[in-house]
Design a binder for this molecule. Sequence first.
Ligand SMILES: [Zn+2]
Ligand SMILES: [Zn+2]
Ligand SMILES: [Zn+2]
Length: 267
Amino acid sequence: MKLTITGSGTSHGIPVIGCKCKVCTSKSPKDKRFRTSAIIQEKDTYVVIDTGPDFRLQALNYGLCKLDAVLLTHAHADHVHGLDDIRVFTREKSIPVFSNTNTLAEVHNRYNYVFRQTQNGGGKPHIELVDCTNYNENNPLKIGSIDFVPVPMKHGTMQTTGWRFGKFAYLTDLNFLPISSFDRIKDIEVLIIDGLRTRPHETHFSFEQALEVAEKTTANKIYLTHICHDYTHDEIVKILEEKKKTHSNLVERLVAPSYDGLSIELE
Ligand SMILES: [Zn+2]
Ligand SMILES: [Zn+2]
Ligand SMILES: [Zn+2]
C-alpha cells in the first residue's frame, strides 16, 4: 500500500498570496505546500483523502487516473472546495464520498447544485454521500482491497474524521484525540498528524502537541502535515530533532515534517 502526500500546507496554502516571508519566497520545492491531502493506492484501488482547492493540480501532478472513493476529514474549505473536479472520474459511475454526519450535511449544503435537478450541460460530479459513523476497527469500510477505519477527532468544537488503513494513520485537522480513538490506531507504523506550527492554536495541534499524541502510538515514522509558513522545511527538521530529545519515547523514531510529494510504501 502506498500513501502519497499531495499537499502538506495549512488552509491558505504556501506560498500565501502576497506574503514575502522567507518560506513563501523560498526556492526549495519542499517549501511549496498545497492544501493538505493524500492519495492512497493499493493494487488497482485509488482513494483520495480530502479534495481541497488544489485537487485538480494535485491529481495532475501525481498522475491520478482512477478514483474509487473520496474520504473527507471535514468540510472546511481547504479540504472540500475542489470536490467538483472529481467529475472526470464520475462519467461512468458515481463515486462514494465518506465522512461523518455533520461533514456530509455541510457538503450537501455547499454542493447543493449536485443534488438537485438542473439543466443538461455544464457537467457536475456524480457523487454518493455515505455516512461512515457505523464503521469501526471491528467493522472496517472496505474500498477495493483496502480496509479503512474512521478515527473520530475534535477540531475545536467540530467533529472531524481521521483515517486508519493498513499500518497507516492519517490524522488532520485536530487539536484533541479522544482516548477511544487510540483503539482505532493500534499497531500503526506510520502516523501523519496535524502539526501547524510551534505556537499554540485554537483548533490545530502545535508541533509539541502532535508529538505528545505520537509518542502514545507505535508509529516508528511520524510526519507532520497542515504546516503554516512560520518555518522552512529544513528549519522544521531541526526543530523536531531538538524536540525529540525531550520525548524519551521518540528518540529512536523518525519525526519529520511531511512535504508535497512524500511517498511512503508499506507491505
Ligand atoms: Zn484544514
Ligand atoms: Zn509567508
Ligand atoms: Zn479544518
